[in-house]
Design a binder for this molecule. Sequence first.
Ligand code: NDP
Length: 314
Amino acid sequence: MSDSQEHVRCLIIGSGPAGYTAAIYAARADLKPVLYQGLQPGGQLTITTEVENYPGYPKGTMGPDMMEDFKAQAEKFGADIRFGYATSVDFSGPVHKVIIDETKVITADSVILATGASAKWLGLESEQRLNGFGVSACAVCDGYFFRGQEVAIVGAGDTAAEEATYLAKLCKKVYMIVRRDEMRASKAMQHRVQNTANIEVLWNHETLEVMGGKTVEAVRVKNVRTGEERIIPVTGFFVAIGHQPNSDIFKGWIKMDETGYIQTVAGSSKTNIEGVFAAGDVADKIYRQAVTAAGTGCMAALDAERYLAARGIH
Ligand code: NDP
């Protein structure tokens, strides 16, 4: 076998809570897992600030620190955690093939896909600059920091509607910025929004700029029908225009829904390919929480362990 080819029993792709939890369990089961971290080591939690809803941290913890702890815990049990990005896969045979950084070939008896999802952003320079300083893509994670304040949320799908009503419970006022004259969200969610007194929907509005020096102070919006511009003073700006599962490289091999989320066999982490398991946000468009990702990461490692044991692969 050449230097650029290596065989492992359990390969984990992705380094968010799902990947690291899978690594902890797989390492403790002596599967000698190798984990490739991907482009954003630690995943989405590394771009949040404080995490207050992960059980076991009554005082809260910082997202990046938490991911360092997950990593350290996996390494403590012998998980081999490496920089590197999976660029393609070949799941045609009983032994699975994953190419790292376009050059290194890893063959694996079992593979855990934990590549996560990425929030979609509007693409404004100001949105990027203030990300983590009032700009957030997760109301459930960050809404609490804006309690009693005025915030805005952009989007009109189920996520935006759900997050707007969540924020409305905590905040004084929520401006919901909707780019058309109707919402994509389910009727039930739309009714909840419309029946919430402190949500004001700005129909036909687009966001031009998130304003503020060090933190968000206002948002500049434009009515696309009339051309009228307005500055709304808010301290929080939430973007809820959808997520993109990081599943492109698995297309053609792994069964997914029409939006690219991996489909697993109900009650398990099994995919349509034997020995390939999925965990975390790449297979979850509903919950998307660190704790649910960790839970499914655990499931994937246990499923991989049983799969290998049943085939006598030690
Ligand atoms: P969706 O893709 O359903 O909605 C995205 C929304 O963002 C749309 O309203 C879209 O507007 C808007 N949008 C997209 N780009 C921009 C932009 N550049 N500027 C302004 N607005 C923009 O994503 P969701 O995350 O809401 O939902 C994803 C899936 O998950 C859906 O199938 C949803 O039903 C499901 N879900 C279910 C939940 C539940 O059942 N409780 C909870 C959350 C999600 P437009 O409509 O104009 O295209």
